[in-house]
Ligand binder design. Sequence first.
Ligand SMILES: Cc1ncc(COP(=O)(O)O)c(C=O)c1O
Length: 342
Amino acid sequence: MARSSNELDLTDVPRSRLATLPTALEPGPALPGGASLWVKRDDLTGLGAGGNKARKLEFLCGDAMAAGARSLVTVGAAQSNHCRMTAAAGAVLGVEVHLVLSGDRPDHVTGNQLLSTMFGAHLHFTGAHHSHWGELEIAREALADQLTAEGLAPYSIPIGGSTAVGAVGYVVAFHEIMAQCSAAGIAPAAIVHTSSSGGTHAGLVAGRALWRAAGHDASAPLPEVLAVGVAKGVNIGMPDVADLARDTLAVLGRADVEVDAADVVLDTRWMGDDYAVPTDAGDAAIDWAARHGGWVLDRTYSGKGLAGLLGNATDGRWTHGQHVVFIHTGGLPAVFAPGGRP
Ligand SMILES: Cc1ncc(COP(=O)(O)O)c(C=O)c1O
């Protein structure tokens, strides 16, 4: 089929169908300042208890299967949602999964580690601190080399699955959100989400650029994509989200579509002391979500992301008559991991 010059065309992009899509877009309560909240339920993507990584894994695993991979290797913090969902993807596809994790092997696995073990993944504990991503990535590369030598043909996935191939999942999500908003009769002012390894953000920025290039902004204003950074790397510009968005468009054969530095909007005020260190604002947002919509957010990602949304709403970024979409990126299993709230 000929590639259309304007629309999202996935014809030539290998994809493994792993996620339950589209996810729901639910109307929520009024925000401080009066704008209406909508929640995009990417916590309910189905695969291995759900979350944003299912969208990335559809394209990462598609690429892996097309390359003839016989195993998947990835890396993350001890309670990584991405690792848990990769474990589930491997179970669905019938390939071995190896997870390189921070910290030491606990006596009892809980939360995401428990699920990863149930999905049959091999857990490799590095002893590294959970925010020492460089150390973890080196361990992933070493393990991938070892598996290659053993003939296991690994497909090796960096932290968070944030490659250009993985980010295609959030190009799809951007289009899905716009279609759902249109069906609901709204034009969102902003799409807000938690950012940690940058791939979700890059995919949304690429999707928005593609949407703009197709001229859709002539009929309804383009929503701002606002990322709330919850890790040190992404907050200092690693990865470069604009570059990753351009690479993502190139995967789609659309390197002609422009991404400007101004398309990347990141609020770095909500991480607190470090990645995975809870904040009072994050805990307050968790309670707000639980008591306004029965939504379950976690303390590392989605809680801090919603804290950023609520903080911006309180500061008057949006007002009555406007609509703000929060992408609930998941994180439920970590709620049941050790170190819960006092
Ligand atoms: C629940 C949850 N929300 C948000 C994110 C951030 O996504 P990204 O790594 O693509 O920035 C993650 C990443 O691990 C996550 O697990």
